[in-house]
Every structure is written in structure tokens, then in C-alpha cells.
Design a protein around this ligand. Structure first.
Ligand code: ZN
Length: 280
């Protein structure tokens, strides 16, 4: 009996580890970091660069985000081609923002191990794409900031949503929509209504779907510059596309978001030698 138990545990432990790591990779997609950082006090943005060696770019980088959008030069840019699908809503409060994950979990898959079929869960499928020219970038997630991170001629608006995409080389394209005070934003409302009360718990909302296309204004003229993640580790591999036309959020939504997250906008960063372009 004892022998069989040990043998069983021997098989079980690696299986649990494999499932746990797969789960972690799927749920957090590299966004989480064990080092504590925040927007105020001892972990505030001016200290990010010294919290960890991995965050060094937050203080030493010369291509950081967000920035003040001004002195833009008119240019012929590739139009963004959004190929977005509706997916079942899955939202998380990661302690820094409210985020909707855009990978769809396809449910039970049958995987062949040594010729024998085994049912397996949590295979992620990314079914929504942004085409930049002929390069596909997969939509990973979207999340919100309050107030807006980018400013226009020195002025921030109430909120901003970031749609985060990644290409096969690991480079990012973030599409940003500024959200000014006005009418209720239907997608933000779905996120607010369905987020779990617990930090880092992904909440699947049965029967509720979301399409990131509904976050976008009809006019897709955009500002473009090269920048970084606006959160640690502040990696400088981000193509930024800030749409020139804002969408709206209501006062009630702004205060609901602030009650859950507080202020989560990084201070404006210097442009240095970079150019700000605007599509014609
Ligand atoms: Zn963001």
C-alpha cells in the first residue's frame, strides 16, 4: 500500500507542477512581478529604477512612456487594421489596474503522451489581431489608467485604456484610447461589474462577452511614437499608437475605478530625440 502511494505521489507532483506553471503562464502572461512597486510612498514611480536591477530602464531609459503629445509631425503611417473577435469576459484586479484578458481558454484538449490520449485544460488561443502593415500582433489584454497617462499639450483626461499586442518577435504594440468625462463606457462597465473582490483572481463572467473593437472610436487617426511599458520593468520595445479621438467614461465609473485602484498614471517622461508623428 505504502509503495503504491509513494509511486502515485511521485507521478502526481510533477503533474501538479506542470499544471501550476502552465496556469501561471496563462493567467499572468509575464505581467506580474514579485518585486513590489506602486504609485505612491516608498515604491512610487521616481523610485522604480532603484527597486530592482530589472527595473533600471525606468530611470536610465531615454525612450520612456507616457509622454506629453505635442509638436507632432504629419506623416503617412500604415493604417491599423483591427481584426478583433468577441470573447467571453475574464477580468482581473492585479493591484495596479483592472484588466480584461484576451486569450480565450478553449477548454478541454486531448493531448497525446507516448501515443496515449490525455484530456488537458487551459490551452490558450489568441484569436484577435492587430495588423501593422503585414505583421500580425496578437491582442493579449486591455487595461485602464486613471487619470490618463498620455497628455495632450500638457493636459491629461479622466482615464485611458491600453490595448496590449505582441508580435512573434516579442515586440509590443499598444493602442491607446483617451477616455474623457462624459457618458458611460459600456466595456468599462462590464469590467467594473464583473471584477473579483480579491487581488489577482481572474473572474470568468459566464454568458458575458466583450469585443475590444467597441473601445475604439470610429475615427482612427492616430499619434505614433516609440516608447516603453509605463510600468516596471519599463521595457523599451513598445510601438505606441494613441488615437487622436477620445471616447467617454462617466463620473460614476471614474470614481468606481478610483475606489478599487486609486491613481495609476506614471508621470510624463521626456521625449529626448524622439519624434511624435500624426497620421494624415
Ligand atoms: Zn497601461
Amino acid at each position: 500500500m505504502h509503495y503504491f502511494k509513494m509511486k502515485y505521489i511521485g507521478l502526481l507532483v510533477p503533474l501538479i507542477l506542470a499544471i501550476t506553471s502552465l496556469h501561471a503562464a496563462t493567467q499572468h502572461a509575464g505581467k506580474d512581478h514579485p518585486v513590489h512597486w506602486g504609485y505612491s510612498g516608498s515604491a512610487s514611480p521616481d523610485k522604480w529604477g532603484s527597486i530592482s536591477n530589472e527595473f533600471a530602464l525606468c530611470s536610465s531609459g531615454k525612450r520612456q512612456s507616457p509622454v506629453d503629445i505635442k509638436n507632432e509631425k504629419s506623416a503617412v503611417l500604415y493604417p491599423l487594421r483591427f481584426q478583433y473577435q468577441s470573447i467571453p469576459l475574464r477580468v482581473i484586479n492585479n493591484g495596479h489596474t483592472l484588466q480584461a484578458n484576451y486569450d480565450t481558454v478553449s477548454g478541454e484538449q486531448t493531448v497525446s503522451i507516448g501515443g496515449k490520449p490525455y484530456p488537458m485544460q487551459t490551452k490558450s488561443v489568441y484569436n484577435s489581431t492587430l495588423m501593422l502593415g503585414d505583421v500580425p500582433y496578437k491582442l493579449l489584454q486591455f487595461h485602464f489608467h486613471s487619470p490618463s497617462e498620455h497628455a495632450r499639450k500638457g493636459e491629461r483626461v479622466a482615464m485611458e485604456v491600453h490595448l496590449v499586442h505582441k508580435n512573434a518577435n516579442g515586440n509590443l504594440a499598444v493602442v491607446s484610447v483617451l477616455l474623457k468625462r462624459g457618458r458611460q463606457n459600456p466595456i468599462l462597465q462590464k469590467v467594473l461589474d464583473n471584477v473579483s473582490g480579491r487581488i489577482n483572481e481572474v473572474n470568468a463572467a459566464p454568458g458575458i462577452s466583450v469585443n475590444a473593437a467597441d473601445l475604439l472610436p470610429r475615427n482612427q487617426q492616430l499619434f505614433h511614437y516609440n516608447g516603453s511599458l509605463t510600468t516596471p520593468p519599463c521595457s523599451e520595445n513598445v510601438n505606441w499608437f494613441v488615437l487622436t479621438t477620445p471616447m467617454e467614461v462617466s463620473d460614476k465609473q471614474i470614481s468606481q475605478f478610483s475606489n478599487l485602484i486609486g491613481k495609476n498614471a506614471r508621470p510624463l517622461q521626456a521625449m529626448h530625440w524622439r519624434s511624435m508623428l500624426v497620421s494624415e
